[in-house]
Write a protein that binds this ligand. Sequence first.
Ligand SMILES: Cc1cc2nc3c(=O)[nH]c(=O)nc-3n(C[C@H](O)[C@H](O)[C@H](O)COP(=O)(O)OP(=O)(O)OC[C@H]3O[C@@H](n4cnc5c(N)ncnc54)[C@H](O)[C@@H]3O)c2cc1C
Length: 337
Amino acid sequence: HYYSNSSLLKKLVSLTSFLPLLVKFQRYLRSNAFDFIKDFYGDISEEYQRFLEAQILIVAQAHSKEINFFTAALSLGYTFNQTHYVPGGFGRLFDQMTANMKCVERNTQIEKIERHSDHFTLYSKNNSIKARKVILNSTVYDSGKLFDDGKTKRYYEKYETLNNHQSSFMLYMTIKSDKKYEHHYQLIQDEQYIHSISNAVFVSFSDVTDSMLTPEGHYSITASIHTDSRFWEDKKTYKVKKEELQSQMLKSICDILDINESEIVHEFTATPRSFKRYINRSQLGGNAITIKNFLPKLPSNDTPIEGLYHVGDTVYAAQGWPGVMLGVENLRGLLDV
Ligand SMILES: Cc1cc2nc3c(=O)[nH]c(=O)nc-3n(C[C@H](O)[C@H](O)[C@H](O)COP(=O)(O)OP(=O)(O)OC[C@H]3O[C@@H](n4cnc5c(N)ncnc54)[C@H](O)[C@@H]3O)c2cc1C
């Protein structure tokens, strides 16, 4: 199957490629995940329900009542699939992927894109580049700002309403400890954390043998929780909110995972505003895979603007590395390369 959005006709034809999937899985597409799970299992404990909700929120970026069971099954399936670890951190993966590329511009923000009849001109602070084809990786919610021409602006404006403002609050730590830790933990509590939209914190530990990330005997810890980017807009309350959520998360993580304060070498946090500053987006997670956001309403990897393409979690096939990679595969097919 494939998905195109370059014209209404091409979209309709591409949607027919999903028919075999729709027929095969229609039973799971018809009802919302919450009802399906209740019908299937009968009453389940609140604790188990909270676990399912936390897993589903991480992958589908929505709650079980908002998604169909097919999406829930894929989301819950993450846990049963192999997870991968990149020694030295994810940055090293990109270093290897780009090692043989001739021209990679780092730390170069594209500030404006001009559309001409047969090419685009991309402007960064000190430079400009001409390109016949452009594959954007910025979000569809923000990309309209890059253009001045009406047609392109209008195309992106249509999708700005998909922005659910969901984002992430991060706590990064290095600890010195001789205890044994798994790579991942999900800590679920009864109450929602302050200034967040969740009661679950996802915690990742570096591998005990990964001396590229931390010196021997140390762990690098990355903990995240869902939040709303709008909670962090008010400059006056920003610092206090940051400290409040940081101390709540720190307390849970240390209590549950048995980390003593004396073992913490350093710690710092990041908010949706930090993401905006460093990767030019405050929404994280891309398009939620809800029943409301059904496929024909979502953007694809091609556009009605000739030569303009898109990859990432705000276009087909949505969030996470598997979603982004499926989108790249879809684009490869559309470009016939
Ligand atoms: C806390 C957290 C944990 C996650 N864990 C997992 C996980 O375990 N597994 C998983 O599969 N997914 C995970 N995800 C999701 C995954 O990180 C995202 O879905 C994925 O990174 C989205 O890729 P992207 O290319 O759409 O966007 P991004 O990763 O945001 O990349 C976009 C890039 O474009 C650049 N950019 C933006 N605007 C411009 C501009 N104007 N000029 C130049 N460059 C620009 C940015 O700097 C950035 O490098 C997680 C997400 C979060 C927030």
